[in-house]
Design a protein. Structure first.
Length: 185
């Protein structure tokens, strides 16, 4: 492919944009290459110059998003040692596209990738030693709760502020549900 890099990237981005418009309408499993190419304004053979199939395109998209979130988390840890600041920076960086992939039309495996990527970063910020018995279970529980809470927040239209959801997440993680509820009663 002897194309100019800007043109090549622009074409790839058109396929990706077409994918995003389709995932808003239907599950990934129902999206076909011909729908993507039609929306992007290219033919199938052009699509295959960039991606082997939809799975490879999805992998490319997910890797890009995970890199963005990882970089945001690393930047936030350098700027502040506050768990709440880390939560806020990372979860505000989780844009609509991440929530689309986490949602009903998305990729169920993406949540696992996101947890695998962010889980250790978040757990390193908690006052919990990694050498305690069953740390892996504790980590799994905390990460599942955090990501489910974020998905719920998104599904409810982010009806409370990012500050509130991050504070809630921090307090629930550090103090537990019972303490969270009793301090608000």
């Amino acid at each position: 492919m002897n194309k100019q890099p800007k043109i090549t990237e622009k074409t790839r981005q058109k396929f990706i944009d077409a994918f995003w418009s389709l995932i808003r309408e239907k599950p990934i499993s129902k999206i076909a290459v011909n729908e993507i190419t039609r929306r992007a304004g290219y033919n199938r053979s052009t699509f295959y110059e960039y991606f082997l199939d939809i799975d490879e395109m999805l992998s490319y998209i997910e890797d890009e998003l995970l890199n963005e979130v990882r970089q945001t988390a690393q930047d936030a840890m350098q700027e502040s040692s506050s768990l709440s600041d880390l939560f806020k920076a990372v979860f505000l960086a989780m844009n609509e596209r991440i929530y689309l992939l986490m949602g009903a039309n998305g990729d169920s495996a993406f949540v696992a990738k996101l947890r695998k990527e962010l889980g250790p970063i978040l757990m390193n910020q908690l006052p919990v030693p990694a050498d305690i018995p069953h740390f892996d279970y504790l980590s799994s529980f905390i990460n599942a709760a955090m990501f489910d809470l974020l998905q719920h927040w998104n599904e409810k239209g982010k009806d409370i502020s990012a500050e509130e959801i991050c504070t809630m997440m921090q307090e629930l993680t550090i103090n537990g549900v019972v303490n969270y509820v009793t301090t608000r009663s």
